[in-house]
Design a protein around this ligand. Structure first.
Ligand code: BGC
Length: 373
């Protein structure tokens, strides 16, 4: 009897060792695990993305491994390597540097793990199956159109308005889309002399902001103000690609601009501090992208992939959220990446209540706060 018991024990041990081998610390609860790699906690939106994605996937019965990489490319590569070692079933990645994940994602592919590029396209890799984002060109277009309307450029006559541009991180594939979207709307007015870029800085590389960093946007704007506007030249508008750069620009305007007006300043994301600036008249608008919706579409896509389906246009059509299936706009250097693109909208002082109606913001006195956990 003792002998039989010892044999049974030995078999059980061998079996459980086999189950552990190569299994990282994957939970053995029969649920699939999704690995989510976010760029940083230092910008408000990625905290919201992380928490909405986690919530959606857990509600749908998946385990979630969520990492933040502190805007550090090496760390993001390590974080993804770890998720691969843990044998996650699917990876969702918002890249810090779209060009810097090729080798790591090759490894994921070799391990049979499908990858979704989340919000930012990942370049030069054939490991990506799909891309989920907002229509990034439209984000910029909405910013350009806002300025066109605010300055009434169509009826400007012989008036000349001064403008500057602040774009995003060159390592982020989205940044050029935003910049081009805005620039294409405003370029005819620059060409006609109705808009004057006093600094002469109209190229993306010149106006870009590494890592979308607020302090860098602030420093650059202070330099522009000192160099081109200190003699009282009026600055009418600054196109900023997102809220973190808009924050730096409006700080520079408050401290170092003496033209007597507050320029129109655009933004993107609906960050709480920027919504406060909108209430206080320091920023004019933000392009809002409901990242809870981005999480919902990402979940629907992930489910299909994990169920062995090959989702295409019908997935976009079946969403309650407005979303298009795009197989033209996003080429990552290895070919077109099929994309699900959501629709951004403009938020100003006049429609802040729309944000409250999403359930993701609430009034606290005159200002909005986030309801995200
Ligand atoms: C996102 C923006 C965000 C920016 C900085 C972009 O890739 O699409 O929503 O403001 O990164 O984090």
């Amino acid at each position: 009897m003792k002998k039989i018991l010892a044999m049974v024990m030995a078999v059980v041990m061998v079996l459980s060792l086999a189950a552990c081998a190569g299994n990282g610390d994957k939970k053995d609860d029969g649920k699939k695990t999704v690995g989510i790699s976010m760029p940083t906690k230092s910008l408000e939106r990625w905290n919201r993305d992380g928490s909405y994605l986690k919530e959606e996937f857990e509600k749908a019965g998946y385990n979630v491994e969520l990492t933040y990489s502190d805007n550090n490319v090496t760390q993001q590569n390590n974080d993804i390597d770890n998720l691969v070692a843990k044998e996650v079933d699917l990876l969702i990645v918002a890249a810090i540097d779209g060009e810097a994940l090729t080798q790591t994602l090759k490894n994921a592919k070799e391990n049979g793990i499908p990858v979704i590029a989340y919000d930012r396209l990942i370049m030069n890799t054939n490991a990506i199956s799909y891309y989920v984002s907002f229509d990034n060109y439209s984000v910029g277009k909405l910013q350009g159109e806002y300025i066109e309307k605010a300055l009434d450029l169509k009826n400007a006559g012989s008036n000349v308005y001064n403008i500057e541009f602040t774009a995003g991180d060159p390592a982020d594939n989205n940044a050029r889309f935003f910049f081009n979207g805005a620039f294409d709307v405003l370029k005819p007015y620059i060409d006609a002399g109705t808009l004057k870029v006093v600094s002469g800085q109209t190229e993306f590389e010149k106006v870009a902001t590494a890592q979308w960093n607020t302090d860098k946007a602030l420093d650059r704007m202070e330099n522009l103000l000192a160099s081109y506007y200190s003699n009282g030249t009026v600055l009418h508008a600054v196109v900023c690609s997102n809220d973190s750069t808009a924050m730096g620009v409006s700080q520079a305007i408050s401290s170092s601009y003496h033209g007597g007006n507050v320029p129109f300043i655009t933004g993107q994301d609906g960050d709480v501090a920027n919504l406060r600036n909108i209430v206080d008249g320091k920023q004019s608008m933000t392009v809002y992208k409901n990242v809870a919706h981005e999480a919902v579409v990402t979940l629907a896509l992930s489910k299909d992939i994990l169920d062995g389906k090959k989702p295409a246009a019908e997935l976009a059509e079946s969403q309650e959220i407005e979303c298009t299936y795009d197989v033209e706009s996003y080429n990552n250097g290895t070919g077109i990446i099929p994309s699900y693109l959501l629709v951004p909208s403009v938020v100003t002082k006049d429609n802040l209540q729309d944000l409250v109606e999403t359930g993701l913001y609430a009034w606290e006195g005159d200002y909005l706060v986030s309801t995200a956990k």
